[in-house]
Design a protein around this ligand. Structure first.
Ligand SMILES: [Zn+2]
Length: 203
């Protein structure tokens, strides 16, 4: 089993290879495929945005069986997402949880727009269920003088909020972090360079 620190290093190293054009595309051969027939032992669980510019396995230069990936627009933490994270930690022995946002996130832009225009009620129920998970992050960046969300801070605010929300709602995960058994990390992906920046690290 890979410990949290080692797992984070593995992701950081893979991302550095990707950034420098030195990806090795590991674990994509028939041998790997066959070795995974009876089970998986991923070393990290990553919640990322569904944005097509942020394909997790590519930006971390990993392959089959390496990472347990969940993607939703705006990397929001619905109950199903939380259950999936918990499954990876509880049953697959994963010790690193990463929540990864990115620059120019369309979901966050839409959330800021509807927040500003107060048009939540006009959205479809499915869009509302995404926005509901982003609005609390926007609440944190509303300028006290003009009462407008400071849009430049929204991506970071959403990453920090999703990490906070996971630890607030999921007692099992929070306890594991407290005991130092797992890490929960919030990270931001930069579209231009392909680089991952760690925003917060718990545990
Ligand atoms: Zn996005």
């Amino acid at each position: 089993m890979t410990d949290a620190k080692e797992a984070l290093q593995r992701l950081t190293d893979g991302n550095a290879r990707f950034v420098n054009g030195k990806s090795t595309h590991p674990n994509r051969c028939d041998e790997t495929k066959n070795s995974l027939l009876n089970g998986q032992k991923p070393f990290a669980v990553i919640l990322s945005c569904s944005d097509s510019r942020v394909p997790v396995e590519i930006v971390f230069d990993v392959g089959l069986g390496d990472v347990f990936v969940i993607r939703t627009a705006g990397h929001v933490l619905s109950d199903e997402v939380m259950g999936s994270i918990e499954y990876a930690v509880r049953h697959l022995g994963v010790n690193l949880v990463m929540i990864m946002g990115h620059e120019n996130c369309g979901a966050i832009k839409s959330a800021v727009k509807s927040y500003k225009e107060k048009s939540f009620e006009k959205l479809s129920p499915y869009m509302q269920s995404i926005m509901k998970h982003i609005y609390p992050a926007i609440d944190k960046i509303v300028c006290p003088c003009c009462e407008t969300p400071l849009e430049d801070l929204s991506v970071k605010a959403n990453i920090l909020y999703q990490v906070e929300d996971l630890l607030k709602k999921d007692n099992f995960i929070a306890e594991k972090v407290k005991e130092g058994q797992i890490k929960v990390v919030g990270a931001k992906y930069e579209l231009k360079t392909g680089k991952i920046e760690i925003m917060t690290e718990k545990g």
